[in-house]
Design a protein around this ligand. Structure first.
Ligand code: 3HC
Length: 694
C-alpha cells in the first residue's frame, strides 16, 4: 500500500506524520496509517492528545486521484475521517503546507487547526469534475458561512493561511508549527475534555436559512465561471443540504449521493484525464528526469510589441529581471507604456497592490543595444514573422550572449532549424511559442529543433512551469500542434458559411458544444485583414475557404478593430451584434463559386469542425510531432478555449469511439467532396483494432 503515517510520542502527545511524497495524498497506506494510529493512541493511557501533520511541503494534497475507479484497499476515507473526528482525545491538525481537497477535509475533522504562514488550503475537487466528498461541503460552510464556502468550492482556488485564519478555517498561525501545535494540544487536553467539532457549529448555518440569495449568487457565479460543468450545481445542492437539513449525518449522506453522481459522470473522466495529461505533457519521453536544468536569473526579450511585452511581463511577474530590446526608442516607449497600463489595470481590479506594481514593473528594463543582454540566461525573440530578420537577430544574439545562454524564438510558423542554423549554438536554440495575450494565456508550446539539446529542452520546460504556463512539446513542423489543428477547424467553419450556414449559427453551435468563443467571433477578434494583407503582399491568390473573408475586407470590414467584420460592434464594445447586411454578400460569393446554399444542421457544424481537429491531430501523432494524444488535448484546452469538461478533442474522439469518428469523416468526405476528411491512417488503424488515441 502506498504511503505511511509515522507515529511518535512527544511529551505525552502522539505526533502523526503523513509520509507519501511528493504531495502526501491519502493513498491506501496513509488512510490505514491514520486509522491504526488513532487506535494506537486511544489504547495508550500515557498519550493525552494528538497532532497530525505532513512531511515535506504538503499537509495532504487530497484523495489519491490515481486510485479513482480502481479497487479500494484498506479503509475508505469516510470511515477514517469518522474515526478521527470521534477520537476521544483532542487532535490538532498542524497544517505545514498545502491542505487540499480530502486534505482540508481531514483537517476539518480535527478539533483544532494551526497553520504555518506558508500553508494554504482549498477544495479544488471541482477541477476534477467532482465535489468535496469527505464532508467538506457540510463542514466548511459551518466555519466560513455558505457564501465564502461556495466561492472556495466553485472556484477551486487556493486560500492562503492568513486568509484562512480570517475566514475562521484555521484557529492559529504559527511559524514554530510542531512545537506550538504540541504545546497547544497538551494545554487543551489538560484544560477540558469538551473539544470543538466542526459538525456542531451551527450559527452560520442558522443565519443562512433566512435567505436564498447566497445560492442564487452561487448559481450565477457557476454559470459564468464554470459554463457547462456538472459538478458546481451539485456542490450548491450539497450546501443547500448543509443549510436546510437539521441532522448533520443526513447532510453527509446527501453529499455522498451527489458525489457518486459526479463520480460516474463522463465529465469526471474527462477532467481527470486533463489533470494527468497536464502533468504528462511536462515530461519529454527521451529526456532523462535527472537532466541538468540551467538557472534562469535574467532574461532578455527582442521586440516590444504585443507579444514581446506580454512575454516580458511573464518573467517580471515571477521575479525574474528582464531586459527588452527594440530597434528604436519610440517602439520601446510605446511597448513599455502598454505594459505599464496592463499593470495599472491589474491594480485597478485589485489583483495587484500599487507597491507590488512598482516592484514588478521595476524588474523590466529596456534599451536599444544588444550588448545589454550579455549576462542574460535566456533571450526570447518576439519580432514579426520574417525568416531573414529572425536569422539576422539570432546571429547577432549568438555573438553577444554568454556561453550556455538559451536563445529562443516565439515564432508561430517559421522553421526553427533554419533560425538555429544562423547561430553557432543550435543545441541551445528552442522555440517558445506563447499565445496572445502572453501574460494571460496559459499554453506554451515548446518547439524542439533538430539539434535542441536535452538540457535546453529540460530548462525550457522547467522555465514554462516557473512562468506559470502549461508547457507542451512540439517537434519543429509547420504550425506545430495548435495552429496546424486550428487551420482545419477554421477552414471547415468558413466552408460551412459558403455552403449555406450563417456565421452566428456556426458560432452558436460550437459555443453550445462548449467552445469558449465561436470561430467567427475569434476571426473578428484577431482581424480579418491579416491574411488578406499577407496574401496581397505575397501576390498569392485567395483559397476557396477565404473567399468570403476576402470580400469582407474589400468592403473595409476588418473585424473588431474597425467595428465591423462578420458582426457589427458598437464603439468601445466587444459584444458582437448581427450584421444582416453581410448576407447578400455570402449569397453572392457562394453563387460565384458554385455552391447551392442549403440548410445546415448544428450537428453537422459541430462534427465537421471538431472532427477536423481530431483528424489532423491523429496525423500529428502519427508523425511524432506531438508526443501523446493528451498533449494535444492540453494544447486545445489551454490555448484554444476547448471545454475542459470534454477532455480535449482527442479524448472526445475516444469517447465517441474511433470507428464512429472514421465513419463520420467518410460521410463528410462523400457529402462535400473535400479530401481533408479522408481519415488519418492512424485513426483507421486504431478504429480497426478497437483501440484509442494515446
Ligand atoms: N493524488 C495523486 N497524485 C497526485 C495528487 C493527488 N491528489 N496531487 C498531485 N499528485 C501527483 C501528480 O500527479 C504528480 O505526479 P508525477 O510527478 O508522477 O507527475 C506529483 O504528485 C506532483 O504534482 P505536481 O506536478 O502537480 O506538483 P505541483 O507542486 O506543481 O502541484 C498540487 C502540487 C498543488 C498538489 C497539484 O498537484 C494539485 O493541484 N493536485 C490536485 C489536488 C486536488 O485536486 N486534490 C483533491 C483530490 S480529490 C479529493 O480529495 C476527493 C475528496 O473530496 C473525497
Amino acid at each position: 500500500m502506498k504511503g505511511t503515517v509515522q507515529y511518535e510520542v512527544v511529551d505525552g502527545v502522539a505526533l502523526l506524520r503523513i509520509d507519501n511524497p511528493p504531495v502526501n495524498p491519502l493513498s491506501a497506506g496513509v488512510r490505514t496509517g491514520i486509522y491504526e494510529s488513532i487506535d494506537k493512541l486511544e489504547a495508550d493511557d500515557t498519550v493525552i492528545a494528538a497532532v497530525l501533520t505532513g512531511k515535506g511541503r504538503f499537509f495532504i494534497a487530497g484523495a489519491d486521484i490515481s486510485e479513482f475507479g480502481g479497487k479500494i484497499q484498506g479503509p475508505g476515507l469516510p470511515e477514517v475521517l469518522r474515526k478521527l473526528e470521534f477520537c476521544s482525545k483532542p487532535v490538532v491538525a498542524a497544517i505545514n503546507g498545502g491542505a487540499l481537497g480530502g486534505g482540508l477535509e481531514t483537517a476539518l475533522c480535527c478539533n483544532y487547526r494551526i497553520a504555518s504562514s506558508k500553508a494554504f488550503v482549498g477544495l479544488p475537487e471541482v477541477d476534477l469534475g467532482i465535489l468535496p466528498g469527505a464532508g467538506g461541503t457540510q463542514r466548511l460552510p459551518r466555519l466560513t458561512g455558505p457564501a465564502e464556502a461556495l466561492k472556495i468550492m466553485i472556484s477551486g482556488r487556493h486560500v492562503s493561511a492568513s486568509k484562512a485564519f480570517s475566514l475562521g478555517i484555521v484557529d492559529q498561525i504559527s511559524d514554530n508549527l510542531l512545537e506550538d501545535a504540541i504545546a497547544f494540544a497538551k494545554e487543551k487536553a489538560k484544560m477540558t475534555d469538551q473539544h470543538p467539532m466542526v459538525r456542531n457549529f451551527n450559527d452560520k448555518i442558522l443565519e443562512a436559512r433566512q435567505s436564498d440569495q447566497v445560492f442564487q449568487e452561487a448559481r450565477a457565479f457557476a454559470a459564468q465561471k464554470r459554463t457547462g460543468q456538472f459538478a458546481p450545481e451539485k456542490i450548491i445542492q450539497c450546501v443547500e443540504a448543509a443549510v436546510h437539513i437539521e441532522d448533520f449525518d443526513e447532510g453527509l449522506q446527501k453529499e455522498r449521493a451527489y458525489f457518486t453522481e459526479c463520480f460516474v459522470h463522463p465529465q469526471r473522466t474527462a477532467m481527470i484525464h486533463i489533470f494527468f495529461g497536464t502533468r504528462a505533457a511536462a515530461k519529454i519521453a527521451d529526456v532523462p528526469k535527472d537532466t541538468p536544468i540551467r538557472k534562469i536569473q535574467k532574461a532578455g526579450v527582442i521586440g516590444s510589441g504585443t507579444m514581446g511585452g506580454g512575454i516580458a511581463m511573464c518573467f517580471a511577474n515571477v521575479g525574474i529581471p528582464v531586459h527588452i530590446i527594440d530597434q528604436n526608442e519610440e517602439n520601446l516607449q510605446q511597448g513599455l507604456s502598454v505594459i505599464e497600463s496592463n499593470y495599472d489595470q491589474m491594480v485597478k481590479r485589485g489583483r495587484l497592490k500599487p507597491a507590488q506594481k512598482e516592484q514588478v514593473f521595476g524588474l523590466i528594463s529596456s534599451g536599444l543595444d544588444y550588448s545589454a543582454l550579455a549576462d542574460a540566461d535566456i533571450i526570447i525573440e518576439a519580432v514579426y514573422e520574417n525568416l531573414d530578420l529572425k536569422k539576422k537577430i539570432f546571429s547577432q544574439l549568438d555573438a553577444v550572449a554568454k556561453a550556455g545562454a538559451i536563445l529562443a524564438s516565439n515564432t508561430s510558423a517559421l522553421d526553427l532549424d533554419a533560425i538555429a542554423a544562423a547561430t553557432n549554438r543550435p543545441e541551445s536554440v528552442v522555440g517558445t511559442h506563447f499565445f496572445s495575450p502572453a501574460n494571460i494565456m496559459r499554453l506554451l508550446e515548446i518547439v524542439r529543433g533538430k539539434e535542441s539539446s536535452h538540457e535546453t529542452m529540460a530548462t525550457a520546460m522547467a522555465l514554462g512551469k516557473k512562468l506559470k504556463k502549461v508547457p507542451v512539446v512540439s517537434l519543429n513542423a509547420p504550425g506545430f500542434i495548435g495552429n496546424r489543428m486550428l487551420a482545419g477547424y477554421t477552414t471547415q467553419a468558413n466552408m460551412l458559411v459558403l455552403e449555406g450556414a450563417l456565421p452566428h449559427q456556426v458560432d452558436q453551435a460550437l459555443e453550445k458544444f462548449g467552445m469558449r468563443m465561436g470561430p467567427f467571433r475569434m476571426m473578428d477578434l484577431v482581424g480579418l485583414d491579416l491574411g488578406w494583407r499577407a496574401r496581397k503582399l505575397a501576390g498569392q491568390s485567395t483559397p476557396i475557404y477565404a473567399k468570403i473573408s476576402h470580400e469582407l475586407c474589400e468592403q473595409g470590414r476588418f473585424g473588431q478593430k474597425n467595428g465591423k467584420g462578420y458582426y457589427n460592434y458598437e464603439q468601445g464594445s466587444r459584444a458582437p451584434k448581427p450584421a444582416p447586411e453581410n448576407e447578400a454578400l455570402y449569397q453572392q460569393v457562394s453563387a460565384e463559386h458554385g455552391f447551392a446554399r442549403r440548410i445546415i444542421s448544428d450537428t453537422e457544424i459541430v462534427e465537421r469542425c471538431i472532427l477536423s481537429l481530431v483528424n489532423i491531430g491523429a496525423d500529428i501523432l502519427a508523425e511524432g510531432v506531438g508526443q501523446r494524444a493528451s498533449d494535444l488535448d492540453v494544447v486545445y484546452i489551454n490555448g484554444y478555449g476547448f471545454p475542459i469538461w470534454r477532455g480535449g478533442p482527442m479524448h472526445h474522439a475516444n469517447t465517441i469511439g474511433l470507428a464512429n469518428v472514421v465513419s463520420k469523416l467518410k460521410e463528410y468526405r462523400q457529402l462535400t467532396g473535400d479530401n481533408s476528411f479522408t481519415p488519418s491512417k492512424l485513426l483507421v488503424k486504431l478504429a480497426k483494432e478497437d483501440s484509442k488515441l494515446e
